[in-house]
Design a protein around this ligand. Sequence first.
Ligand code: HEM
Length: 418
Amino acid sequence: MEKIKKIPKEDGLDHSLSMLREGYMFIPNRCQSFQSNIFETRLLGKKAICMTGNEAAEVFYDTDKFARKDAAPNRLIQTLFGKNGVQGLDGEKHKHRKEMFMSQMSPYELNKLKVIAEKQWQNALDKWGNMKKVILFDEVKEILCKSACQWVGISVQDEEMTNLTKDLAAMFESPAKIGPTHWRGRKARNQVETNMSELISNIRDGKLKISENTLLHQFTWHKDLNGELLNTETVAVEVINILRPIVAISIYINFLAVALHHYPHERDKLVKNDEDYYWMFVQEVRRFYPFFPMVAALVKNDFIWNGYLFKKGTLTLLDLYGTNHDPKIWDQPDEFNPNRFAQWEENRFNFIPQGGGDYLLGHRCAGEWVTIEIMKISLNFLVNHMEYDIQDQDLSYSMVNIPSIPHSKIILSNVQSK
Ligand code: HEM
């Protein structure tokens, strides 16, 4: 019998408040003080295990050991995820649903999205030349919402687009907030889900004709493992699982602009239009800046890992931000250095801004390729297609507020095409 080791344990009745206070650094701070890649704490009145690093990610993404059903807290379901979405499924059900997502991520579809998003960027840039100041975060959210709707096959009137953009953004801006901002997120989700369910019913009833070559068509007519159509509410949740995170890429695009501002020498390398360097820069932005702090799962059945006992049902959190800054994986992790990706030895667990493991068998983000493509074209616009000034403003970002967004939301002035 393997000898059971004690998991380092944090004293105290509950640490949910500390988690709110420490945000992205909650797990890294404790791993540092325990000098351990694992510790036990209490969150929302329950025992929880927190883990960080490559090895921890490898075990966390072992679907024989961890499950997702009922792992996410209700406030996340009511805002970010929605009910009965792919995030909370396990096993064959999950794989079948995830195939529906991944079938839309072919090179052909990605290129289609790229062409759409480039056109939307150009339209916005033509408009910005006449504006005194441009709040990049707000403008890019709208570029991405228009691109996402067009790609998915949803037609939205111009006057509704602004509201839809705000509602989708409220879903990712509100989960970790308290008070009115949080309730705004719940209301936004209810509203968009209702409208989307109605749209799907209209397609199924033949009242609305849409092209077969669209994601909306694929999702509307997708059948589950029993050969049944999903209910309209679930289709709505899954379509929103495409629209919402595409709009959320605006956060990474804000960080692209921050990085260009703080590391101006990088621009010289990017104007050369070197595809590889674009990719490395984008990867470094995804590694360096905070976005999702952690992901959650429940232990499926008792097991032992590295001598530590994981009891069935225990909430377990994997540290995404800390793993992307782990000195065991990254040399000088707190330095912004795109070149590190030139020699990077990729595995599915050492670089996990959008989760790790396998796309189909596990819960790794379905939109990682979409994110990278959209970031690359946005970077190209920021560097090669426009000139702008960033006047005195607060470009700092919080390590506590989730998601973290540069405080000024990046105000551009004197924007011109070049
Ligand atoms: C904005 C940048 C993005 C970030 C930081 C991000 C991050 C993540 C993370 C951390 C997960 C959870 C991984 C896990 O549970 O282990 C996830 C899952 C997911 N993401 Fe993303 N994501 C982004 C963009 C996208 C995009 C653009 C799409 C769709 C086009 C997308 C669709 C999904 C879906 C459907 C899942 C659930 C996968 C599953 O449960 O199997 N994401 N994402």
